[in-house]
Design a protein around this ligand. Sequence first.
Ligand code: FUC
Length: 829
Amino acid sequence: MKRLTLLTACILAFGCAEADSDERIWFDMPTWSGAAAIWAGGTDNEWESKSLPIGNGSLGANVMGSISRERLTLNEKSLWTGGPSVTDDPSYYWDCNKPAASVLPDIRQAFLEGDDELAGELTRKNFGAVPEQIEGGRKIDRFGYMTTLGELLIDTGLREGSRPLDFDKAPDKVNYGGVATIKKEFRPDVKSGPGETVEAYERSLSLDSALVRVAFRQDGVSYKREYFVSYPDQVMAIRFTADRKKSLNLCLKYQENPIAAGETVSDGNDCILYFGSLKNNGEKFALRVKALPRGGKLVPENGSITVSGASEVVFLVASATNYKMNFDPDLTDAGTYYKGEDPCVLTSGRIEAASKLGWKRLLRRHLADYQELYKRVDLQLGHSAASSLPTPYRLDKYREGHPDPGLEALYFQYGRYLLIASSRKGDMPANLQGIWCNKIKGPWNTDYHNNINIQMNYWPANLTNLDECMSPLVDYIRSLQKSGGRVARAYYDARGWTAEISSNIYGFASPGDSESMTWNLAPANGPWLATHLWERYAFTRDREYLADVYDMIAGSADFCCDFLWKHPDGYYTAAPSTSPEHGPIDAGATFVHAVVREVLSEAVEAASELGRDEERAEQWKNVLGQLAPYETGRYGQLKEWSKDIDNPEDTHRHVNHLFGLHPGSSISVSGTPELAGASKVVLEHRGDAGTGWSMGWKLNMWARLHDGNHAYTLLHNLLGSGTLDNLWDNHPPFQIDGNFGGTAGIAEMLIQSHGGSIELLPALPDSWASGNVKGLCARGGFVVDIAWKDGRLSEVDVLSAAGGSCVLEYAGERKEVDTVKGRKYNLKY
Ligand code: FUC
């Protein structure tokens, strides 16, 4: 008892609930201090694979952990170019839809006459947006991109230390704590040892505590740095410590983003403030950094913070923009998205409040907030001998074929970590890179791609018990309603709303201005987004939430009804349509029908749950009943297009025509075995390689086919060839969707609930013979713990959050439990 009390006291005093488990990603070599932003004339080769990301949904940072100069790349998720204020006349931004609906009859007639070429030509000419405006010979980029917030550089006065040694100089074997011995072939570089200028270097990200730590010794002094970004207090906190008093001499500077106009000024000796605006659109933003040193002195210098002879230095960082989400933007007001609080005032308040709290309390509040989400799920897949290795070597061993279930569990949890760090209530959702971008303009604008990427980001949200992280996605969909309504009318003369290929934080829902229709003709993307609204309800059974989002689901169903063409053969058909980024302009792409099928049935269910819209739902049912059916082709494959033109050699990364298998639910092993078989043929043709996200998606699909070993092959490939040393997904380049697809896929191997029952261990691979998972969610409002041994289910605990019947299925056996809300049920197998 006494012991327990002591332990509790220790936790309260030192916040040591942060104690580490094996759930960490770590490196034993520092990155090079000489690296710098590409836009500042540097090379930044190590950022993508060696940096460690932290974030609170709006403020993100990557820690480089170099010795003589610490470098942190910074992001504020709402720092975007583009939007209605790119010119003085905001109508330029909103009036980019072409009045294409009037051309639809001609396109459809051309299809009927077999003139696909004409149908294609008319589509290309009419279904893009009007070209971007040229002003004074300069193209005005209305779409924009998320840009960097700049960088923090902290000179430490320490010697750089040795860079990775030459391979030839490396010892034959290095022993890690007696647990694993790494042979030379796995280690092109080695840990610095005694005699080197840097010893015992570690840079780690603890998933348990969302803390990055950098630790090393130099000249007999142990240095430690810790970093976290707090959601409750909206600041990043950094602490430098050393075990010899007065040995910290630090100089912090801010490296500005050159596409902004602004200035970094000192605010007293201990604080710097940057206040500026993006030159492109005038968006205002601020960054403040304050130093709280212990011992030593602050040396006044303009625009930087210098501390000398300190024993500990805490830096607090706050940033804000004047962007504010707007669900009903005024189309005549260029500043309609910039009604947020003054970023100078906001950051000042945050820094002041955080200074009062101090490091320990900030940390405690951060841990309480983060761990409440993260610790809901625990996954144990078995012990790995390699667990004590630095992550890159662990990955190497894995690639060589050494089993490492612990690495797979780590990868699973990393996806959850990344979602918590990049998607919190009150901000826009996780973008193509989550929140982390080291460039002025990142790949694909670091935007929101609606044709797989943003959807994949949210696959693990409800499934892995992170409902709170869904809130930004719902807000994003809401932000597309007004502009999406205009798109629906202009291109399809349809009610409701949709969104095309990609969107930004300014409600952009139109297509791009390209004639390349394979990617730019994407009206099913809005309905695809709408399926997430229903899914969240399916998991939570929160009726109040459903009532709140119902209009968006119903609007999407209306859009689907109007946008389809009643073909003379009697079927509702999507013409013209495409299979994402692949193939011809078609008279009925399977993918589009599959999405429509999903949205219409969800809308029917939503209306019935809420007792609303009986008549409207009749139309949805009617269209659903006459929707162009799935077809199989000459290879027994699920046809991708209306014609049987699939090529079995085609290994294209997109597999959207299997949407009904995953993430949809119209194809399943038990419900539609023939279509499941035809889907399997497609997956076999497409193969097991691909970009990061593509492997992530196929992993989910094989899991839905109940083929655990094949799903495992995809997981192995994703980790093997689609993953960087810091476990970020590699498209290439780094793109975060594959991380989330991977996490969801692992969960789908252990539990599925899309078919009206809870399937337990539906795709357990031989490699995970024994293990357990706690806290996964199933549709119907259930939280499920599963334990298995020697490849067989042994025990299940089901917590019922909403009451009602719960049907469990395992190996052909069905058990039904009539549950009471709030109660937990234990079943032995
Ligand atoms: C889609 C994909 C690409 C890439 C891009 C961001 O267009 O087809 O592979 O992921 O999004």
